[in-house]
Design a protein around this ligand. Sequence first.
Ligand SMILES: [Zn+2]
Length: 82
Amino acid sequence: MSLPGAVGAADGYAGRLVCSAKGCRADAAYGLLWNNPSLHTPDRRKTWLACEEHRATLGEFLSVRGFLKDVVPVGELTDETV
Ligand SMILES: [Zn+2]
């Protein structure tokens, strides 16, 4: 699946949560939890991190495909979801 404008979750992860949008180095403010039913089992959650600016664009990308399950503040993400 091609994901224009986005790369994998936790890009550059080094004790700092950085926005997953391509080329963005801002601190993440939100975690977007999503699932692609053609790739993942129903209880699986993938996480994209998003800054304030990219929460809407990344969320839109996922929601138009029906993949978006939840959006949570980064402070509520657990090791399991990141
Ligand atoms: Zn960003």
